[in-house]
Ligand binder design. Structure first.
Ligand code: SAM
Ligand code: SF4
Length: 500
């Protein structure tokens, strides 16, 4: 099919209509600006009341969030930062989930001003992975120790839903032997970050067994959206993107993920946009987003905007926005990526982030090739944290946090409304703690360097002690604890991929 013909048929605006209210979408810019304007000088007392509400694991509304965004006193910010970590601990315990991105193609029909993949960027070396190349990339990712992958695609007829399905199946089909113990392993959960699809295409993706579908709105501010996404491109359609995750839900994909690209417009407005987005998903489907991402604009080849935007967010404001999101939306996972430098990554992990990538390569085919200048030219932007998975696991262990490769929730049907219900009652976090320990055991035996293993052994011992001391696990004559320990001993003895 010709590219022009494909573009003409891609958007099916009628699929969004039922979600509009009086013909309008849910981002009421006047209301968001008003909330920012009217809540500019909250009292300390009001802020403390809002912090207390968030600590009782209740989502905040737009006005409450706007008040937090305007706090102007370092002591109160410190209270917000402390509360952010407390909330994370209550809902998600002390774990960090790891994943690896796999960039499959940088062909793109769009022309987003901030992105190295944009069609008018002549410096970008275009490439789409073949199925054997996808399998080779997967082997490399597995050899780094990963079990979760997020697949990333430009928007193009050559990387349409059929290509996505073929490549996802290819990833799931790869079986590799672990370097230390030689036991078979494979990717256990594939998530997708790609352009919005129609309901029909989302249904096809659902059938091939994806975990989460992730689409970032980039900016919720409509005028900025129009400026950075030319109107004669598919991505120029704000509402097609805004309702993509509603359509995904309708197609049966019940884990959906939102995000904003911080640096395109005022960060405070974007935070309110994310909160409004989460609330609208919850209103229609009884469940908000599975995760929220906070990518920050980083330099991209051939994009002036990526280095010169007047809205670039500094580290101090970045910490604030992460903490406010943790308070406003206590249930979704919060993702921080390798876009960030190690030092700030460390900081925001302490403010409630729950997931991150590691050993990250974002050039097309970059895991299998040593990154030369040509591979660099196929990158979408530059990354700030190229460290290995083992290095980062060691670092988070030193911070007292356990690394998790758990994919059990999705494979046991704990997704969508069900998992959110469990998170709201702080129950899912408990299962995740057990599965984090089980998958950490696998990592330590199959991949860890001697230094990481040494610190990991101490941490795992402490975790098991904590599990044993919790009433929840010891009810009914310690049934959950005993089941967990049986699995743990089996894994120590060589069994793999068993979970609770
Ligand atoms: N084509 C798909 C889409 O537009 O949704 C996939 C998107 S892209 C491969 C993944 C995300 O990277 C984008 O949604 C955007 O938020 C982010 N991104 C693009 N350019 C960036 C830059 N210069 N710095 C940081 N993140 C960037
Ligand atoms: Fe294409 Fe996505 Fe990059 Fe825009 S952000 S140019 S749609 S790959």
């Amino acid at each position: 099919m010709q590219v022009k013909e494909w573009i003409k048929n891609a958007i099916k605006s009628e699929e969004n209509e039922k979600y509009l209210e009086n013909g309008r979408d849910f981002i009421n810019e006047d209301a968001l600006h008003k909330a920012l304007h009217e809540n500019i000088s909250p009292s300390d007392q009001e802020i403390r009341r809002i912090i207390a509400k968030a600590k009782s694991i209740k989502a905040l509304n737009i006005d409450e969030t706007a008040k937090l965004l305007h706090v102007n006193n370092q002591n109160l910010w410190n209270e917000i930062f402390t509360a952010a970590l407390e909330i994370k601990r209550k809902v998600y315990d002390n774990r960090i989930v790891f994943f690896a991105p796999l960039y499959c193609s940088n062909l793109c029909v769009n022309n987003c001003a901030y992105c190295g993949f944009r069609s008018e960027n002549k410096e970008e070396k275009r490439r789409i992975l073949t199925i054997p190349e996808v399998k080779t990339e997967t082997r490399h990712v597995l050899n780094n120790g990963h079990k979760r992958m997020i697949m990333v695609y430009g928007e193009h007829p050559q990387s349409d839903v059929n290509y996505m399905i073929e490549t996802i199946k290819a990833v799931y089909s790869v079986e590799e032997k672990t370097p230390k113990s030689g036991r078979p392993t494979s990717i256990r959960r594939v998530n997708v970050n790609a352009a919005p699809l129609s309901i029909g295409d989302f249904k096809k993706l659902k059938e091939c067994g994806i975990g989460t579908y992730q689409v970032f709105q980039e900016t919720y501010h409509k005028e900025t959206y129009r400026k950075v996404h030319p109107q004669n491109t598919l991505k120029g359609d704000y509402n097609w993107r805004l309702y993509s995750l509603h359509r995904a839900q309708e197609a049966g994909i019940d884990d959906v993920a939102i995000g904003a690209l911080f640096g395109l417009y005022d960060w405070r407005f974007e935070v309110l946009g994310l909160v409004a987005h989460a609330a609208n998903l919850e209103k229609h489907f009884g469940v908000g987003p599975h995760t929220v991402s906070v990518p920050r604009l980083t330099p991209a080849i051939g994009s002036q905007l990526s280095t010169q935007s007047k809205y670039i967010v500094n580290d101090n404001d970045f910490k604030k926005l992460v903490a406010v999101l943790r308070l406003a939306l206590p249930y979704p996972g919060l993702i921080i990526t390798a876009r960030e430098q190690p030092a700030i990554k460390r900081e925001v992990i302490k403010l409630g982030c729950t997931q991150t990538d590691a050993s990250t390569k974002i050039g097309i085919g970059a895991y299998q090739e040593c990154v030369d200048n040509d591979t660099k030219k196929s990158e979408q932007f530059t990354i700030g944290d190229p460290r290995s998975l083992d290095d980062i696991i060691k670092e988070v262990a030193e911070m007292g946090m356990i690394s998790s490769f758990c994919t059990a929730g999705y494979r046991c049907g704990r997704t969508g409304e069900k998992i959110m219900g469990m998170l709201k009652h702080c129950v899912e976090g408990k299962f995740c703690k057990l599965n984090a320990v089980l998958t950490y055991r696998e990592y330590l035996d199959d991949y860890a360097s001697p230094e990481t293993k040494a610190i990991g052994e101490k941490l795992i011992e402490k975790e098991i002690g904590e599990i044993k001391s919790q009433h929840y696990f010891m009810k009914n004559n310690g049934k959950i604890f005993n089941d967990f320990m049986r699995n743990y001993e089996q894994i120590k003895g060589g069994a793999r991929d068993i979970y609770i």
